[in-house]
Each structure stands twice: as structure tokens, then as C-alpha cells.
Design a protein around this ligand. Structure first.
Ligand code: NAD
Length: 428
């Protein structure tokens, strides 16, 4: 993607990757920002980018080096907040975009955070548990000067989990000599984690899915759902839709696509994945279909919950869903967004649909500060309330301004971020 933007020198203007997608989204919202648009450049430049070398000793005695990042996109509304991803395809452009989407997401659900994200360019499946621990600890040490409970609070993302968060928290405590559980969220319950955090993102996807279905007059009972990505987000969302009476007719993961026209047995599929690490070989499947066929499967609701840039213009042409709930970050390319929106598909964008995770992360952080813990019912009901209020506010803006839910979310969120920026003023 060639860019018309003033770009930082470390990006290739010919191939901006996910950051280019984000810039285009900002361009689309700028005309709606009124006087605040004079501050819009602030959203096009990450506040702080840290690139680190992460060396570890492999189990065989050799030394391996990995590239790590922590990007703080915007801290106008509060400390940075966003996950850490371990994946072989992580790039700076991707981490920048993910950090920016966190800025928008946190403002959309009105939690008091800026946006940040981190990542290491590594395939964690090639590492032993001990190597993974050394990698996590060294990475934490390398970024320790910019993270902290009041500075920037990492959380899990693709291929990172409660155990990785526990190692990060411990490393931070050892480096600083103080015990601050609130430095990361998504921790194990035994270490100050919050009840409900594991399911929070998938639950949030389900909550906005219920509201979206109501808006288009669709009943969830018997609705056909297809899900790409069957991890923390996709697995939980699939389970909740199945529990609500929907039929999850296809699931795709990194290995294969499994289908059943009568609805897959989701508890059995979850158990299978927990055992073998993929939906591959699931005995309850009607068929396994070629990867590309997934997009054209007859369905009412599509949930992309794997990686970004999955819904291309070509795939948009064959998608049959009436509602798309973006569990993943950045799954839809702008050209595809236009094709689907023109066709009247209701897209609940990532920055709204998957905000359940960061919302319960916020609850976890607040509980850590007060050392007082809430019940799971309290957490789930507060999460549902916040997601529904955010959905309503975005829906209203989209109706008033006659724009897509994505543009409406960006209008609401960017206005909040830039108002904070303006009232704080520039230092010095
Ligand atoms: P995860 O690692 O638990 O699961 C990822 C799933 O995607 C796995 O089932 C994997 O097999 C599948 N996958 C990977 N590559 C694929 C490919 N090329 N094609 C099809 N499937 C593929 O990750 P997760 O935590 O569920 O995150 C999924 C997405 O949701 C990411 O975009 C992440 O940034 C976003 N997200 C996660 C959270 C959270 O709380 N976990 C919160 C907000 C957004």
C-alpha cells in the first residue's frame, strides 16, 4: 500500500502493512472530528516505540536472538494498555497498528487507558517451556523501564497466556524489588488475576452479537455461525453462541477447516483442541474443507477471531453473513469493509466487539490496586453493562451520522482521545 501520509523514517512507504490500514481508518474519521481535527496528527504517530534484542540461551547451549517491541501509541487518557504477542510474523507495523487500535478500543468502552502493544518475532512452538520462560523474562527486563501499573500494563494476546503473564509479573517484581501485581493483567487467579478474564473477550463478542442480531431482527436460536480461530476468543464465542441455540456450522484454525451443517458439538470440539492443539482430526466433523472455502459457507454470523487482514476484497465478495463480529484485531481490509457495508452487512468492528478482554483487564487492575476482589457474577454483569452501553452509543452515532459502526466507533473514541489531548495541552 503506497502512502500519502507523512511517515516515520522506519516504515517502508510501499508496504505499510496493518499500520496502513489504521491510517486509512483515521483518514475516514477525520472529517467528523470538527475542531479537534487539528490534533489528528497525534493519532498518526505512536508516542513511543521501543525495539529490543531478546537473547536467550537455548536448551542445547546455543544462543538465539529474537526481535521484540513495545509500542505506546497514545497515553492521553491514561497509562498504556495492550497485549503481548509471540508470533513468527510479528512486525513493527503490526505492533504499531495493534497499539493504535488499543487507543481507540479503550476510549470506545471508556476505560481510563491509552493504547499500547508488544510482541516478539518468534514461533513459540519451537521453544521448550524453559526457553519460553527465559524469553519472557528477558523481554520483560528489556521493556521494564517503560512498563508499570501507572505507566503501561501488558496483557495476553496471540500465543501468550496466564503463565506468561505470571513470569512477566515476577520478573518485574524481581527487577524493581517491589510486588506490584497490577503491572500486567490476565494473570492466574492465584496471583491476583480476575475471575471471568479468560472468557471476557469471547463473552463481549457474544454480548454485542446479541445486540447486533436484535438490530437486524435476527433470532440467535438456529442462527448459523462460522468462526475463524478457535482459541481464547473464537472458542469462547463459539461456545456462547452454541449455548444460546445457534448452530456453529464451521470452524477454521491454523491447521484446517471443520464443518457440520447441523452444528458442530462445541464442548466436544473444545475438548478435542485442548487434547491435540487443533481442530484437525475431530471425529464429530461432517467434513473438512479446503481453507479458502470457509469464506463462502452459508451462514448468518461470521466471527473472524484469528489474525488480522483475513477479510480481503475477494473474500468479501463470497461472504454470506448478515452480521460480522470482529473478535480478532484488524481482520477486515478497508476495501472489503466498503464492499460488505454497501451490501448492508452489519460489521461490529474489532475496537468495539473484542473490547471485553480489556474491560475485564481494567477490572483486574482496579481489584489489584484495592486488593479487594469481586465475584464472577459482578464481573460478568459489569462487563455486559459496559459492552451494551458502548454498543448503544456507537449505534446512535452511526444512525445520526449515517456511517458504519466502525466509523462511528472511531468518531466516538477519537473524540474522547483528542479532547483529553486538547485539555492537557502540549508540554512544555
Ligand atoms: P489464541 O492464540 O488463543 O487463538 C488463535 C486462534 O487462531 C487459534 O485457534 C489458531 O489456530 C487460529 N489461527 C492462527 N492462525 C490462523 C490462520 N492463519 N488461519 C486460521 N486460524 C488461525 O488467540 P486469541 O487470544 O484467541 O486471539 C485471537 C485474536 O483476537 C487476535 O487477533 C487477538 O489480537 C484478538 N484479541 C484477543 C483478545 C484476548 O483477550 N485474548 C482480546 C482482544 C482481541
Amino acid at each position: 500500500m503506497t502512502s500519502k501520509h507523512a511517515l516515520p523514517s522506519y516504515l517502508n512507504p510501499e508496504d505499510l502493512g496493518p499500520w496502513g490500514v489504521y491510517l486509512e481508518q483515521i483518514d475516514r474519521v477525520t472529517p467528523y472530528l470538527g475542531n479537534l481535527s487539528r490534533w489528528v496528527e497525534t493519532l498518526k504517530r505512536p508516542k513511543r516505540i521501543l525495539t529490543v534484542d531478546v537473547p536467550i540461551e537455548r536448551d542445547d547451549g546455543t544462543i538465539a536472538h529474537y526481535e521484540g517491541y513495545r509500542v505506546q501509541h497514545n497515553l492521553s487518557r491514561g497509562p498504556g494498555k495492550g497485549g503481548v504477542r509471540f508470533h513468527q510474523d510479528v512486525t513493527l507495523s503490526e505492533v504499531m497498528a495493534l497499539s493504535a487500535w488499543m487507543t481507540v478500543k479503550n476510549a470506545a468502552v471508556n476505560v481510563p487507558y491509552g493504547g499500547a502493544k508488544g510482541g516478539i518475532r518468534v514461533d513459540p512452538k519451537t521453544l521448550s517451556r524453559n526457553e519460553l520462560q527465559r524469553l519472557t523474562r528477558r523481554y520483560t527486563s528489556e521493556i521494564s523501564m517503560i512498563i508499570g501499573p501507572n505507566k503501561d500494563i501488558p496483557a495476553p494476546d496471540v500465543n501468550t497466556n496466564e503463565q506468561v503473564m505470571a513470569w512477566m509479573m515476577d520478573s518485574y517484581a524481581m527487577i524493581g524489588g517491589n510486588m506490584s501485581t497490577g503491572v500486567v493483567t490476565g494473570k492466574p487467579i492465584s496471583l491476583g488475576g480476575s475471575l471471568g478474564r479468560r472468557d471476557a473477550t469471547g463473552r463481549g463478542v457474544f454480548v454485542v452479537g446479541c445486540d447486533a442480531a436484535a438490530k437486524v431482527g435476527m433470532s440467535l436460536e438456529g442462527a448459523k455461525v462460522i468462526v475463524q480461530g478457535f482459541g481464547n476468543v473464537g472458542g469462547v464465542a463459539a461456545r456462547m453462541f452454541a449455548e444460546a441455540g445457534s448452530k456453529v456450522v464451521a470452524v477454521q484454525d491454523h491447521k484446517t477447516t471443520v464443518v457440520h451443517s447441523g452444528g458442530l458439538n462445541i464442548p466436544q470440539l473444545l475438548a478435542h483442541v485442548a487434547e491435540v492443539g487443533s481442530v484437525e482430526g475431530f471425529s464429530g466433523a461432517e467434513a473438512f474443507v479446503p481453507r479458502e472455502d470457509f469464506w463462502g459457507i452459508d451462514c448468518d454470523i461470521l466471527i473472524p477471531a484469528a489474525l488480522e487482514q483475513q477479510i480481503t476484497a475477494e473474500r468479501a465478495q463470497v461472504i454470506r453473513a448478515k452480521i460480522i463480529l470482529e473478535g480478532a484485531n484488524g481482520p477486515t481490509l478497508p476495501a472489503a469493509d466498503d464492499i460488505l457495508t454497501d451490501r448492508g452487512v452489519l460489521i461490529v468492528p474489532d475496537v468495539l466487539a473484542n473490547a471485553g478482554g480489556v474491560t475485564v483487564s481494567y477490572f483486574e487492575w482496579a481489584q489489584n490496586f484495592s486488593s479487594f476482589f469481586w465475584t464472577e457474577e459482578e464481573i460478568n454483569s459489569r462487563l455486559t453493562r459496559i459492552m451494551r452501553e458502548a454498543f448503544d452509543a456507537v449505534w446512535q452515532v452511526s444512525q445520526e451520522k449515517k456511517v458504519s459502526m466502525r466509523t462511528a466507533t472511531f468518531i466516538l473514541a477519537c473524540t474522547r482521545v483528542l479532547q483529553a489531548r486538547e485539555v492537557r495541552g502540549l508540554y512544555p
